[in-house]
Design a protein around this ligand. Structure first.
Ligand SMILES: O=P(O)(O)OP(=O)(O)OP(=O)(O)OC[C@H]1O[C@@H](n2cnc3c(O)ncnc32)[C@H](O)[C@@H]1O
Ligand SMILES: [Mg+2]
Length: 196
């Protein structure tokens, strides 16, 4: 089976990638499989910078083509927070604590001002190519309580108006069809013939 290497240590992301790449005939391989001890510091100030950093570091170590994902939640009423700091908004890499922090900060925000979007920058890097990035988004609204148990991160409080469900109430396939990550992967697939 053909493989696609993703420079991530996030199991929720890996599942999202599997839902998107398995139907295309690819096995998804992550850092848990190829570089479990490698830590890549995310020192960039944008999603794109961090995605390139992760993709290039692993591509260089493996001598192979690698895709990386840097993503997060941008809440309008919080001036775009948690943004690039989404994974560690409440200190640790703790999804539950991050959700609580967002909900608490938004306590006073009325329903019509609770708009937000998920953002995803994907970078592709390899030994014999210039790195390339694409960007995908998904619009939604931040709820006052959690709904659903699928997905990861902020999915339980991210309501998708078109589907009348939260991200955590969608199957991985349903999420992939509308998500920031799915949109970015579809863009990458479109642009791939021109960049390689
Ligand atoms: O860097 P890697 O190893 O890929 O894993 P990570 O979890 O640290 O990933 P990021 O640095 O890109 O931070 C992304 C954070 O944004 C949030 N996030 C991103 N995509 C999401 C999604 O589809 N659903 C819910 N939350 C998401 C979630 O809190 C993630 O931990
Ligand atoms: Mg990270």
């Amino acid at each position: 089976m053909k493989q696609v290497v993703i420079a991530t240590k996030n199991k929720g992301k890996a599942k999202d990638f599997e839902a998107l790449f398995t139907p295309l005939g690819y096995e998804v391989v992550t850092m848990f499989d190829v570089a479990p001890d490698m830590e890549i510091e995310e020192t960039g100030t944008t999603f794109e910078e961090n995605a390139v950093l992760k993709a290039e570091t692993l591509a260089q170590a493996l001598g192979k083509l690698v895709i990386a994902d840097d993503s997060g939640l941008a809440v309008d009423a919080l001036g775009g927070e948690p943004g690039v700091y989404s994974a560690r908004y409440a200190g640790d890499h703790d999804d539950e604590a991050n959700i609580i922090k967002v909900m608490e900060k938004m306590n006073e925000v009325p329903d019509e001002k609770r708009t937000a979007r998920f953002c995803c920058a994907l970078a592709i890097a390899g030994p014999e190519m210039e790195s390339h990035t694409v960007f995908g988004t998904c619009e939604g609204v931040i709820l006052r309580e959690k709904r659903g148990t699928n997905g990861f991160g902020y999915d339980p409080i991210f309501f998708v108006p078109e589907l009348n469900r939260t991200m955590a109430e969608l199957t991985p396939e349903e999420k992939g069809a509308i998500s920031h990550r799915g949109n970015a992967i579809r863009k990458l697939a479109e642009e791939l013939p021109n960049i390689m």
